[in-house]
Design a protein around this ligand. Sequence first.
Ligand SMILES: *[C@@H]1O[C@H](CO)[C@@H](O)[C@H](O)[C@H]1NC(C)=O
Length: 276
Amino acid sequence: MDPTSLQRLVFLTSLLSCSTNQARLTVTPSSSQVFRDESVSLRCEDDSDGWTVRRNTSRDKRTECEDWGRSAGSSCTISHMDPRDSGEYWCESTEGSTSNTITITVSAVFLQSPALPVMEGDDVTLTCRTKMADNLPADFYKDGVSIRNESDGHMTLHHVSRSDEGLYKCRVQNEGESPESRLSVSEKPTTTMDPPTTSSAPPASSLHLVFRVICHLVVFCPYCISTFLMVSIYRERARGSDQSVSMAMNPSNYAEQGLDDDYDDVLSAVTTEHQF
Ligand SMILES: *[C@@H]1O[C@H](CO)[C@@H](O)[C@H](O)[C@H]1NC(C)=O
């Protein structure tokens, strides 16, 4: 993209973000799954102060950091996370503006499963993780019913079908239970469904191409016009000063020759100037 239009875009973006004055909540370590007793830092990222971290849990609503953490400026630290600290966290300004919301789940055990739907016929491995290890003996449950005990904490479902869909959890002796995770199985895409997706792609890309061409035209039009003006002004001047010379020297094509050379010089100067 052209540098000036890029600058304009950056300026516009910063102007927009200035006017909305939004803070962003960040979490360190960056994970929504937190093991029990781990330390977590929440920070409101914004140029101005006056943002406080608030949360909703199953027990308290919209409570401030002072009630459950150690607050320092726009940051908030919880040194020993407890399952009861599970909930939604966000930043709120004194005027009532809010940031993004981050959902944090605290547990001693987590079931690691695919976040996206898996394809019918695939093999899926669910892993029962604790803070110390992810290969401890574990019981696996589906929709609240114990289905398997695996000595290494890994359960593999072979050739999954729609009947494998459901809420899974695992349990490790002396550690506890994981929150439930949903496993979704999607139908294998048939070959007859492929052509429509490929044929629907070209209109989108050609529309994009048209947009790009218009964009480039809009950007380059001022350059074309100014180049044309510069060349015609130079031509006008050259004709004025060469007139007397050509009168004296007489051969008229000599002036034409010189004019063409000058014209080429200007043109090459202009084009090199515009090569970013
Ligand atoms: C927090 O809880 C309050 C009261 O139930 C509710 O109005 C608000 O939408 C909740 N906020 C979030 C981010 O969940």
